[in-house]
Design a protein around this ligand. Structure first.
Ligand code: ASP
Length: 366
């Protein structure tokens, strides 16, 4: 396996040599008073879209085995179809990413919703974040055990709470008080995952613990960042640009296999595994969470786009930075306000999907 295996997917019909630095959108509001009577976040920042809607999804970046490949591609295609139906009817980027991620949460192929990895005590604990780049609103949940679709709870928080983030039973109660069913945690647990946990714990007991995620040994050392076929990074995510020029991002995960109860990864942390701002870009990440968190990598990547780097380049730079700085492995989807996009990963594979008016594309490597 090569140490660095990512190549960004270029936007269709755009040879790499044609890439021009992006212009930061100008807001006339910014030019006037330093104390505007209305704060920017009260006014959706809508950049008139010169592009048709775009939707990118991912279903995790890891050594996807050949026998799991068809299910991964089918899953991302289903998510694209659902999300792009919304966008092509003029729906919002926020609705599209929520719907796309809900499809992926419902698909037991992925480490999100039902079928997620188990905690060391055999439960499913879910994290999710959703962000609206026009209104600069976000909603996140972590360590929820009784919600089938945590991304929908995140949406409720985004819409109905002055707060951004709820965890554990408080998050479940918030969702329940706004109409979501609370289910039994066992409904989210698959036998496949019980077996996977038993195997991981047997390996741990035999002294074969894997530090890929925890970074316990030294996550600055690339030697610790070995991706074995056992190490699934099946987190899901979506980013979208709608016909009104608004960006949104969503990420949802069951976290890492055999994680201690209460551990939260990058996926649901704002600016780490998920971020969206119409003035920069929308991003969703997957992979070994601890290095991604330490680098606040989602915000790092969107800042590159607002500074003028094309998303297809910024995506590759983000994964290079992850590897070179902390020896991390993962994947990224990144979408700019002008519809240009980037995919990159340094894992052996990443399940990805792209929907534009020209059609759908899916794949397992970039
Ligand atoms: N990033 C996730 C976490 O660390 C795992 C993944 O992407 O699969 O929780």
């Amino acid at each position: 396996m090569t140490r660095f295996q990512n190549e960004a997917l270029l936007s269709p019909n755009e040879p790499e040599c044609a890439i021009e630095p992006l212009q930061r959108p100008q807001l006339s509001l910014l030019a006037f008073s330093p104390l505007p009577s209305e704060m920017l976040y009260d006014i959706p920042v809508t950049i008139p879209s010169m592009h048709a809607p775009v939707l990118l999804v991912h279903g995790g970046a890891w050594a996807i085995p050949a026998d799991a490949a068809p299910a991964h591609e089918a899953g991302v295609r289903n998510a694209l179809e659902t999300g792009y139906d919304i966008l092509s009817l003029g729906g919002s980027a926020l609705d599209a990413v929520e719907a796309a991620v809900s499809v992926l949460e419902d698909d037991p192929t992925f480490d999100a919703g039902r079928g997620s990895f188990l905690t060391s005590d055999g439960r499913v604990q879910l994290d999710a974040l959703l962000m609206d780049g026009g209104r600069m609103k976000a909603g996140g949940v972590a360590c929820v055990e009784r919600l089938r679709n945590p991304i929908q709870a995140a949406r409720l928080i985004l819409e109905k709470s002055p707060h951004v983030y709820f965890v554990g039973p408080g998050a479940e109660q918030f969702a329940h008080s706004h109409g979501m069913n609370l289910i039994d945690n066992a409904d989210l647990v698959l036998d496949r995952e019980r077996e996977r946990l038993a195997l991981a714990q047997a390996r741990q007991a035999a002294g074969l613990a894997d530090h890929t995620f925890s970074g316990l040994r030294d996550d600055k050392d690339p030697e610790t960042a070995i991706v074995s076929p056992m190490d699934s990074h099946d987190t899901v995510g979506a980013v979208a640009l709608d016909s009104n020029g608004n960006l949104a991002a969503a990420t949802s995960t069951g976290g890492t296999l055999n994680k201690p109860p209460g551990r939260v990864g990058d996926s649901s942390l704002i600016g780490c595994g998920c971020y969206a701002d119409n003035l920069s870009a929308a991003v969703s990440l997957t992979g070994w969470g601890e290095p991604i968190m330490k680098l606040v990598l989602g915000k790092w990547a969107t800042d590159r786009v607002s500074d003028g780097t094309a998303p297809e380049i910024a995506a590759r730079e983000a994964i290079s930075y992850l590897y070179n700085r902390l020896g991390g492995h993962g994947g990224i989807i990144l979408l700019g306000p002008d519809g240009r996009f980037g995919f990159a990963h340094n894992t052996p594979a990443m399940a990805w999907g792209l929907a534009t008016p020209s059609g759908f594309q899916t794949g397992l490597t970039i």
